[in-house]
Design a binder for this molecule. Structure first.
Ligand SMILES: [Zn+2]
Length: 153
């Protein structure tokens, strides 16, 4: 392959950028996070029209676009419906690799939550396994008030 710019092969530099940001959690997510932190309870929100329960909670039902209006305690157990294993220690990871992220359908909810899967060798994780939320000792009002989900078997 020939040179494409003035007879010189273009250089490729690899780098990283750090982008601090903040976001407004809103009423629904704020309550969800505060109850996780203060009460170690997992809340879902139910749609009055189709009856689906969302956890993480949604302000508006993604199925029928109706505003959700009632809170329901769900979990702390659930079922692992998918997962991935991360082997590269990225700066954003709060745990040492290898770490597993799972999609957990919390008991009582109709959607799934993304979170760490822990207290298990990542090679022993299986789709369909029963898991349970493990709350962090030092909790803040974020999803990390839950440290991870651990297998029950
Ligand atoms: Zn609905």
């Amino acid at each position: 392959m020939g040179n494409i710019f003035y007879g010189i092969e273009p250089s490729v530099y690899k780098s990283q950028i750090n982008v601090p940001y903040q976001w407004w959690a809103g009423e629904t997510a704020s309550k969800f996070f505060m109850v996780l932190r203060d009460d170690k309870k997992i809340l879902g929100k139910q749609c009055p029209r189709c009856g689906k329960v969302y956890c993480p909670p949604k302000k508006t039902c993604p199925s029928c676009f109706t505003e959700t209006n009632s809170w329901k305690e769900v979990g702390p157990k659930g079922k692992l419906i998918s997962y991935t294993i991360v082997l590269r220690q990225l700066a954003a990871l709060q745990k040492k690799v290898p770490v597993a992220f799972g999609l957990i359908c919390i008991d009582g909810a109709d959607n799934a939550m993304l979170h760490y899967i822990g207290d298990v060798d990542v090679n022993n994780i299986t789709i369909g396994m029963e898991v349970e939320a493990v709350f962090a000792d030092d909790r803040n009002a974020t999803i990390n008030a839950i440290s991870h989900f651990k297998p029950l078997t």
